[in-house]
Design a protein. Structure first.
Lengths: 452, 452
């Protein structure tokens, strides 16, 4: 029996993309969004928030023919540029020649996905509809209109919760179910965005085709390019504790002193940082884990199921991959949704967990290690080996960013690779001199044979 | 400025005891309970659920003069009696001579605490009041009367959430606060209660002054005495997976076969187990962790803050200890509640975590090890040493059950003790023969000196 109508709660990135998938499979889709239409918002959509789109995301977009449309607003970033305290810049390519991750504006992508969904003909997006509950068994969802206060209910064969980290569907209709595991865990760091404007002539103040990082041990600043010549920068730092924490940056003077001292090259580019400090709020960062992701006719997707901290740039990409895999399963199981939900959550839960573990891991790497000589040596050994034996060794970052290997497998392989190089660095005397020797290569090959 | 009125949400064990503490300190207290008055319930209060009260609980009761009242309904259990498959019984004392834990009925204790609270003169308990939200900053709580459907609000200087593992205060008023960490984690086992009635003449079918355990590896049955000659027994077992799981016990026949085979001596005492199987529901078990426990004028206590699985018998005891320590702080900080809340959660959070870690640890011990010869040898070595050097070594179980050492410290010391004996068992050849030798004793003394 085919089920042909669906409710999607949340018209964000994942909800809008999933609406396209469902429409292409012949479903009548009602999407409910708590906020207004992002395309009509006063503030230029997504000017201040950008995300890194990579291969998994592109593939999911490609599968429903929307890839080219998004390419138009995507800026390739071919590597990281590290900004040392003394102003020295170091470039680390993300992958091989031709590989890049892409800076896109959240609002820009969202708007294009909504347009594509609406043009599919069977998708209707309802704005200002706040989900206030659902009956997952009956496929009923209740909403309150945030402008009129009116309550209403909708019924469909399927309900998809794509309403983000603080999903109403999850909170109202799933959290209280017996044996529903749930965790919201905040990290001790917060973030604040800073818009570094374009030069007067519209040109970029920093190299456009890179992600910029100012790693400073326990905290860091990053910058991603926007289409208009500006960069959206984000400072990640502990909320409290120690001199380098947000609680120590309360006045314009404190902000100025802090930036002059810790990000001098950035301060030169943006000497009015002290005045602009309050333009964006101080925000928190959390990981959300839960299971099961489905109940009755309802399924959680994207952040609603597995929100992560942003340090691997895989939040959107993993949500888009959810859509691609769910789309594949829709065909594979011929729309037997009980089977699809079961198979989907069994396959994707370990990958949601892995994205979170990877994100936390990369946070420590970006923060603590990217400026550490031992770490850089480890990366050099790995890069050399991987270049010579590309079939035997794909670096973890490439597995995650430029492949479609499952996140869980990537994490496992990556941890093993890390172990191997660390062992080699311990076992080889004078590794600093001999890191590119045949001996090192042979040792890695031996270790790969034994244990992988 | 003294604050003199309080709302308590939940009239369970911790809420009722805390009401007594507040009343004695001069507060006007309104307690709101979702259910009806347990003292007027149709089913004899607490006949089917009993708990193990131990020293921490007694001390908290003693501090407000209710200890003697509860002693009247408490049955001492001086140790565990293990029931082997072949019917062999083994007795393991819980502590030293004179030490015991006490089987009490949940309903019986709850009723007496409510009576004591009401007799204090300034406590009013409102039944059928379901909490539907709260403003923790303003000290306002909203309720719906479950009989009339009427909504109402109450305001007080303080709000205490003692409404258990699935606390409405926590869910409605705290979970969505920024940087509120929360986790509900179900274990893969469920439980079902079984009432083993008294003999026709009212006498006990098993030794009354012990906690009975039938350890069977991946699952176990336990029994605690009730005042009327019956025992409340609980089967803990995985919900699904394998032949010994609840999903395999669906028919009377399956239940009979299972009990005959795995608990033959119990089956003899209760040959109608198959008919009685459905008398109590199959229930799940979860650990709840959250932080912070306070916001504005509201504080979570007991299960609402740190619900645990029941395997150390410390759920009620740790909740009662919350009351005692909060009572002490109320004096120490002279009712400066902002300071009290801060100090309380900082001190008690690591202990709430430790109770949960201890409970899970003891679950594995009860389930997997109590019948293991290596484990029993370890316990023998430990008991001998502890008897000879009581000032140097208090067994973990005694620290938790018969002392007032913080749970977190007990856990730390206990883990170190476990390590020491395991090291000794590895290092001493023929430990089975020489477990009570001077050599072993000297080795333990040496290890204690070095690392503790």
């Amino acid at each position: 029996m085919k089920k042909k109508s669906a409710i999607i709660v949340g018209a964000g990135l994942v909800g809008s993309l999933w609406a396209i998938y469902l429409a292409k499979a012949g479903y009548k889709v009602d999407v409910f969004e708590m906020r207004g239409d992002i395309r009509k918002a006063d503030i230029a959509a997504g000017k201040s928030i950008n995300l890194a789109l990579s291969d998994r995301g592109w593939r999911a977009l490609g599968q429903v023919g929307i890839e080219e449309e998004i390419r138009k607003i995507a800026i390739p970033m071919r590597g990281r540029i590290m900004h040392a305290l003394d102003g020295t810049l170091t470039f680390q390519p993300y992958g091989k020649k031709g590989q890049a991750i892409y800076s896109v504006s959240r609002g820009g992508v969202n708007a294009r996905l909504m347009e594509a969904a609406e043009s599919a003909g069977t998708v209707e997006i309802h704005y200002h509809h706040k989900c206030i509950g659902a009956d997952t068994q009956e496929g009923i969802a209740w909403f309150e209109h945030t402008k009129t206060g009116a309550s209403m209910s909708f019924q469909a064969d399927l309900i998809f919760g794509t309403d983000g980290a603080f999903s109403a569907i999850r909170y109202k209709a799933m959290q209280k179910l017996d044996r529903f595991n749930y965790e919201q865990r905040y990290i001790s760091d917060g973030y604040r965005e800073i818009l570094l404007p374009a030069d007067a002539d519209g040109s970029y103040k920093l190299d456009k085709n890179a992600l910029h990082i100012w790693p400073r041990g326990r905290f860091m600043l990053i910058a991603l390019p926007n289409e208009d010549g500006s960069f959206t920068c984000t400072l990640f730092m502990p909320f409290e504790g120690g001199e380098n924490s947000f609680e120590q940056l309360r006045t314009k003077e404190q902000v100025d002193v802090f930036f002059k001292k810790t990000f001098p090259d950035f301060f030169e580019l943006m000497p009015d940082i002290g005045e602009k400090w309050g333009a964006h709020p101080l925000s928190s960062l959390a990981i959300i884990r839960c299971y099961p992701w489905s109940n009755g006719r309802a399924l959680l997707l994207g952040d609603a199921a597995h929100a992560t901290v942003p340090f691997y740039g895989q939040g959107m990409n993993s949500g888009f991959e959810d859509c691609r895999i769910l789309g594949d399963m829709m065909e594979e199981y011929q729309e037997n949704w009980a089977q699809i939900f079961k198979a989907f959550q069994q396959e994707r839960k370990p990958n949601g967990d892995a994205v979170q573990d990877l994100s936390l891991h990369n946070y420590y790497v970006m923060r603590d290690y990217v400026a550490d000589p031992r770490f850089l040596l480890q990366k050099k050994i790995e890069a050399r080996f991987s270049e010579r034996y590309p079939d035997k060794w794909m670096p973890l970052y490439s597995q995650v960013t430029f492949s479609h290997i499952s996140y869980a497998d990537a994490l496992k392989v990556g941890m093993r690779q890390d172990e191997i190089i660390k062992e080699v660095m311990k076992e080889v005397v004078d590794i600093e001199q001999r890191w590119d020797s045949d001996e090192v290569e042979a040792l890695i090959l031996k270790k790969l044979k034994i244990k992988v």
